[in-house]
Ligand binder design. Structure first.
Ligand SMILES: [Fe+2]
Length: 386
């Protein structure tokens, strides 16, 4: 029996090798002056920025460039960018880069229009939170398959002062157009491919077992998990393997669909405070926490976890939480991500506070999890992941 569902995804996605060349024509439908958002140097070094501005020029589109995005982008970076976008009178935003760049571009699109500091639109748990009402149109050009940001209505920002790192949502955060050209991901180094690819696995795995999964997301998530399991090790081994790159880029789009509808679960809810407070990449945090999360959550959705176990090659009589954890650890080892929280330099001092943060600004993830965790249980999971 198919259960009732709503599925809404208003993003025009251009997928395939060479689709980057369509950026100028597509941009012409969005506005007359683009605010191009990139990381510090990579878009310049790779020549993609020059290619993009040439495509814009051919379509009589002006631009201003903001290259202030760093990993784990902050509210201050967004505010700085939004001020410049207003000053330059840009009427749409292009994010050219990985998830951090696209999330920053999305947030700048909101803040440039509302003129408020972005945190007012992010911190939904604070009394001065303001629901955003409008945003500049957004184009996302993905150069790194990882966050699903090109096909979802979410952005993740870190508060520079407090270390809070929520994901926040708004229908205004859907890009109008996303260009997913797997050729752009060929230059991504092996280590970065591994961490971003593992994030795709988590988004789709968590979406699949989530309490709010739906019949469409379940089909898509199962396929995406299969693709990451098969192609991530190949892409890490050989970055020029276009079959692997293309399948990962596709899986990442499916992950964005999943995040839009199923959100994340406790795994992401526990991880955000970790990379918010420590110098840890998001996917390293996820990798360290996954075994304990899986063990804790298995009983809440046994059938879904077993389906993932089958993808990881477990026969029916050995399809248990313990065996799947073992298989995932082997998988992580194969891509160089076999880590623990203590190995990543995380210390126990802040666990109480971090568990509170999980419940405060990642509470949606906690409540979507197959088994709901209390604060004490989250502290226990963090401790056992050391
Ligand atoms: Fe993630």
């Amino acid at each position: 029996m198919i259960s009732d569902f709503t599925f809404y995804l208003p993003v025009k996605i251009l997928f395939g090798a060479g689709k980057f060349d369509m950026a100028g024509e597509e941009a012409a439908n969005l506005g007359k002056k683009a605010f191009i958002v990139t990381g510090r140097r990579s878009a310049e070094r790779s020549g993609l920025l020059a290619r993009l501005t040439e495509l814009l020029k051919r379509n009589n589109i002006e631009w201003a460039h903001f290259n202030g995005v760093a990993p784990n982008p902050t509210n201050i970076i967004v505010d700085t960018g939004a001020e410049l976008a207003r000053k330059e009178k840009c009427d749409f935003v292009i994010g050219l880069g990985g998830g951090s760049v696209i999330d920053t571009a999305k947030s700048i699109a909101l803040s440039a229009k509302s003129t408020l500091p972005i945190w007012r639109h992010v911190a939904f748990w604070e009394s001065d939170y303001v629901v955003p009402e409008d945003a500049l149109p957004i184009m996302a050009i993905e150069t790194l398959a990882g966050t699903g940001s090109e096909s979802d209505n979410i952005a993740v920002l870190t508060n520079e002062k407090t270390g809070e790192k929520p994901g926040y949502t708004s229908p205004l955060l859907f890009p109008k157009v996303s260009i997913v050209d797997p050729e752009l991901t060929v230059q991504v180094p092996a280590g970065m491919t591994a961490i971003t690819g593992f994030d795709i696995l988590c988004h789709t795995f968590e979406g699949y077992v989530s309490k709010i999964s739906n019949p469409v997301s379940s089909v898509l998530n199962l396929k995406a998990i299969e693709l990451v399991k098969e192609y991530l090790p190949a892409a890490v081994r050989d970055g020029k393997n276009m079959e692997a790159r293309t399948n990962l880029a596709f899986a990442n789009i499916l992950a964005g669909f999943s995040l839009t509808h199923c959100r994340a679960t406790l795994l992401h809810a526990m991880e955000h405070p970790v990379s918010g407070h420590f110098n840890v990449t998001h996917a390293e945090g996820l990798a360290a926490l996954m075994p304990e999360w899986l063990k804790f959550s298995w009983a809440g959705n046994v059938e879904a976890f077993k389906a993932v176990g089958r993808i990881f090659g477990l026969p029916e009589d050995k399809n248990t939480a313990g065996s799947l954890i073992q298989r995932i650890k082997e998988f992580l080892k194969g891509i160089g991500l076999d880590v623990t929280l203590s190995g990543l330099g995380v210390n126990r001092d802040g666990f109480e506070e971090m568990a509170e943060e999980s419940l405060r600004y990642m509470g949606g993830g906690v409540s979507n999890n197959p088994v709901i965790a209390t604060k004490e249980q989250i502290v226990g999971l963090l401790n056992r992941s050391m």
